[in-house]
Write a protein of this length. Structure first.
Length: 436
């Protein structure tokens, strides 16, 4: 039995609609795909749909696309979504969900979640005894996912109140758990902080994150004019991510995903003169803990299995299929098909030769250099009363002093080994999950 629950949650950003400080709305009621009770003891795939202000239902559709993939991959698991009030009842109904009102979290009541704060979210998630994965979609900042509540208690990240560590023991270690922050800049500080607190691999963006849709040539493109071949159109059903026999309709939420843009961030947190200067164009994983059992590699591999791509993969998939999905994950399709083809070829050639490589289309020489704990470049913001200020933040060279202009602290990255290391870690995990 597969169950998807629609509940209330928190937020992140897209490249076209950055972090927003509009007053928070109340959260949505609970709904389930099959109308059955939540089983807090089952292995659960949890998706959090956050602040969707001015993003319409795109975060919801991104989450339901991944939820459908999880339901296909893990038919015995429970797929759970927390959804904001900004998703209308008709939006939710299109996903096949049914609104329910029964209490499901013991001493955490539905009324406690009417204005979701970080401590209430953690308390609700703490009821799930076997968390296999957590995915977040919506508005965010470099310091974490923004909750739909006013005041200080609205961020899931390093500044989350002390009960954050409660979830460390809720992850089902036998299924290689992981967390993915789909939104702007989740990898700047939040991913490493959450990884350290929960002892699981956590992926996040190191630039703006935007929405992609599946188009008639079988590839995924950012859904902004000029980012896809003009001869292509959006498809009405997805016959790529789930296999030819499983073709869910796009109208039911099966053809949207989030992916980092292929250039440095220039949103509300960025220095308006320079932007963030450095970036990576894929979700970067951080494993900020002592790893003695390949938990980082296996968790990353599990996340790739759940990635809505051009074909479905699992531990039984061929090397050819895995290579296609890895290329789709690291490289972005553009209006010029030749760019993706070149990126794919160079991705695997660079990994084999350990030569310098970055898949970014824009500012390619200014890709961030990161390992699995941190990035070499320094993230710098002006502060007021200890709080980072918008329109002041930027990535600068590690040795740059605080009083040196950012434009003078942008050296080309000649190493470009981050992608090689990341690809190697995925391949290590995929091999381990195959049992060889």
């Amino acid at each position: 039995m597969v169950m998807a629950v629609l509940l209330a949650s928190i937020g992140c950003t897209a490249a076209t609609e950055e972090e927003d400080d509009t007053s928070a709305s109340e959260d949505k009621v609970v709904a389930t795909i099959d109308g059955k009770n939540i089983d807090l003891k089952k292995t659960s795939r949890i998706l959090l749909i956050g602040d969707s202000h001015q993003l319409e239902d795109l975060p919801l559709r991104s989450a339901t696309t991944k939820a459908r993939r999880y339901a296909q991959l893990y038919p015995d698991d429970q797929v759970v979504l927390f959804i904001t009030k900004e998703a209308s009842e008709s939006d939710i109904a299109r996903t096949g969900a049914k609104i329910v009102t029964r209490e499901s979290f013991g001493d955490v009541k539905l009324s406690d979640l009417s204005t979701l704060e970080s401590d209430k979210l953690i308390a609700a998630l703490h009821k799930f005894k076997r968390i296999g994965s957590i995915d977040f979609f919506g508005h965010s900042s470099p310091w974490g996912a923004l909750l739909e509540s006013d005041g200080d208690n609205r961020t899931l990240g390093a500044s989350t109140p002390g009960n954050l560590a409660l979830l460390k023991d809720n992850f089902a270690r036998d299924v290689s758990p992981y967390v993915m922050l789909h939104g702007c800049n989740g990898g700047v500080t939040a991913a490493a902080a959450l990884s350290k607190a929960w002892q699981v691999p956590v992926g996040g963006a190191l630039t703006g994150s935007n929405f992609q849709t599946l188009r008639s040539d079988g590839r995924w493109y950012f859904n902004d004019e000029g980012f896809f071949p003009p001869a292509t159109v959006d498809v009405t059903a997805n016959n790529k991510s789930f296999g030819p026999e499983v073709t869910p309709a796009c109208a039911s939420g099966a053809c949207v995903r989030m992916k980092p843009q292929d250039s440095p961030y220039r949103g509300v947190w960025a220095n308006p003169d320079t932007g963030f200067q450095f970036a990576l164009s894929y979700y970067k994983f951080f494993c900020n803990y002592t790893d003695s059992g390949q938990t980082c590699a296996k968790g990353m591999a599990r996340s790739l299995h759940g990635f809505a791509s051009t074909r479905p993969i699992d531990a039984r998939s061929s090397d050819e299929d895995i290579k296609e999905v890895l290329a789709d994950f690291f490289c972005s399709s553009t209006a010029d098909p030749a760019f993706f083809d070149s990126c794919k070829t160079n991705l695997f050639a660079a990994a084999a030769a350990k030569s310098a490589f970055s898949p970014m289309k824009s500012s390619n020489d200014y890709s961030l250099e990161c390992d699995f704990a941190k990035c070499e470049q320094k993230f710098r913001c002006e502060t007021l009363n200890g709080q980072p200020q918008k329109k002041t933040c930027v990535w600068v060279d590690a040795g740059c002093s605080n009083d040196t202009p950012a434009a003078s602290c942008r050296s080309k990255n000649t190493k470009k080994q981050t992608t090689n290391r990341e690809l190697a870690r995925y391949l290590e995990g995929l091999k381990a999950l195959r049992g060889n």
